[in-house]
Write a protein that binds this ligand. Structure first.
Ligand code: GDP
Length: 527
């Protein structure tokens, strides 16, 4: 495939949101409307199908990026799930690498939240075209206009509504499509009820016309041909406007904003239409063209269990067939791919072959880790690898029962393989097994997985020596805690042991970090 051929009817997209904005509910509805899931799984009854992991069900938050395939009106959509919690930032980055576009879900009451902001900036960095879905408009306090305004102010987004909500809070019942100026009204809450095309309510006409004028202006300003015609007084056709909006969205120049309530089943079908209409096919975004030639693929997610691993990959060029031997550019080893799978909400569909743009799960690769590049030959391009940030927090782990020590080691080995932002080490002095990660929740989840997947109850403690530094220069307080936040002298908690070393070699400090400032008497005099 190259840029001269027609783009595939394929969208690789992520759903991005701050925790609780409704990402899981929206995803569930997408699975339902695309016919993948015939039972709407509510988050609160712990039965959603997107979150395979029992722990994710219990918590009601989505932690892992699983790729799920659905179809909408002749287009295949691969949903790459992105975690909302800050601790899983690395996973968000990983998924941003492989997706072509994103739906960003906002809470209609809370608007722009901290994690939306973080993820938005990441998506800016990766130049991911986005559409916004302002969800929960049925909630008391919901305000569509205010959310759009904060998107502009706080995110610097050129956000343009393509819909206008009909009613608000308890009375939210539909949307006006600002391109066609048709109203869609949902008379009932249940998911199987289709929207009814209706007249725009008289009291909304002025607001909808104003919003349409702003939308048309934003599109026309970014398209020379449309602008010329418009300046001559011609009204652009709906199709021309849609094409202009698509181009501006792909260029990350505009962000179309839609309105809805996933929970009340309002606005999700038009959201799917918008995914097809405005988000790119693989290779369609300038600078991300797919190429012919040898295979290159990136492993972006790994799920491992006792039976082996499924590696989720994205193909950038070439073809991968089941049974092929691939060369891992990151390890220099060759390995055989035994099977290729497309993952649907509740089943796997085996594929014989994958081509550029595809995302799928691969079974049979033993030495592939997240971030590795797979190629068909040694001269194939090496894709930029995914950087793993430094771990920021660690805990000491111990099996609660002696007879599960081996199972703990095995479980930890699997978890660390699955998630490169988790690190495992043994403290040379205390002998403690230490697990480090990006945040408390990530470590909590790891401990929970040790219990649920590997049957190991672990006692979690503080590392005995949480911070250690050898100082050979004259000791001053700022040297002791330069890695800590909170300014000179500030620790979360401190115990300091000072071990004098032979004269002339300075002092050795050992501390465990937990609160407050360093007490004066702990600051040792230099010998
Ligand atoms: P996530 O953390 O972003 O995946 O959010 P969830 O989908 O788990 O939703 C968080 C909570 O908000 C759940 O209790 C949902 O039932 C609720 N919720 C989601 N969408 C809506 C909506 O459109 N309206 C209302 N009122 N509640 C919603």
């Amino acid at each position: 495939m190259n840029s001269n051929t027609a783009f595939r009817a394929l969208r690789n997209i992520g759903v991005i949101a701050h925790v609780d904005a409704g990402k899981t509910t929206t995803t569930e509805r997408i699975l339902f409307y695309t016919g993948e899931n015939h039972r709407i799984g509510e988050v609160h009854d712990g039965a959603t199908t997107m979150d395979f992991d029992p722990q994710e069900r219990a918590r009601g938050i989505t932690i892992h990026s699983a790729a799920t395939t659905v179809h909408w009106q002749g287009t295949q959509i691969n949903l790459i799930d992105t975690p909302g919690h800050i601790d899983f930032n690395i996973e968000v980055k990983r998924s941003l690498r492989v997706l072509d576009g994103a739906v960003v879900v906002f809470d209609g009451v809370a608007g722009v939240e901290p994690q939306t902001e973080t993820n938005w900036r990441l998506a800016d960095d990766y130049r991911v075209p986005r559409i916004a879905f302002v969800n929960k408009l049925d909630r008391t306090g919901a305000d569509f206009g205010r959310v759009v305004a904060t998107m502009r102010e706080r995110l610097g987004a050129r956000a343009v509504p393509v819909q206008w909500p009909i009613g608000m809070e308890g009375d939210f019942r539909g949307v006006v499509d600002l391109l066609t100026m048709q109203a869609m009204v949902w008379d009932r809450d249940d998911a199987s009820a289709s929207p009814r095309v209706a007249d725009i309510p008289a009291e909304l006409l002025d607001a909808a016309r104003d919003a349409r004028a702003r939308l048309v202006e934003a599109i026309v300003e970014r398209d020379d041909a449309l602008l010329d015609a418009w300046l001559r007084g011609e009204q652009p056709s709906v199709d021309a406007l849609r094409a202009g909006l698509r181009a501006a969205t792909l260029a990350s120049d505009l962000v179309p904003v839609l309105a809805g309530s996933a929970f009340r089943n309002r606005g999700v079908e038009p959201l799917l239409d918008a995914v097809v209409a405005y988000l790119p096919a693989p290779g369609e975004v300038p600078g991300a063209a797919l190429t012919d030639g040898p295979l290159s693929a990136l492993a972006f997610k790994l799920t491992a269990d006792d039976h082996g691993a499924m590696v989720f990959i994205r193909i950038y060029s070439g073809t991968l067939k089941r049974g092929d031997t691939v060369w891992n550019a990151s390890t220099g080893k060759s390995e055989r791919v035994s099977r290729l799978y497309e993952i649907h909400a509740d089943r796997r569909v085996e594929r014989n072959q994958l081509v550029a743009g595809d995302i799928a799960g691969v079974v049979g690769l033993k030495d592939v880790l997240t971030g590795h590049t797979l190629a068909s030959a040694k001269d194939a391009p090496v894709l930029e690898s995914i950087a793993v940030p430094e771990a920021v927090i660690d805990v000491a782990l111990e099996a609660s029962r002696q007879d599960t020590t081996a199972a703990l080691a095995k479980g930890l080995a699997v978890l660390v393989r699955e998630d490169p932002s988790l690190r495992l080490r043994q403290d040379p002095e205390s002998g403690q097994t230490l697990l480090s990660g990006m945040g408390e929740l990530q470590l909590e989840v790891a401990v929970e997985k040790l219990r649920s997947r590997f049957g190991v109850d672990v006692a979690v403690g503080r590392p005995q020596v949480a911070y250690r530094e050898t100082i050979t220069a004259p000791a001053e307080v700022r040297h002791v805690h330069r890695k800590q936040s909170g300014g000179p002298g500030q620790f979360a908690e401190l115990t300091l042991r000072v071990a004098p070393l032979p004269r002339g070699s300075g002092l050795r400090f050992e501390s465990s970090v937990v609160g407050g400032a360093i007490p004066r008497e702990f600051i040792p005099a230099v010998e």
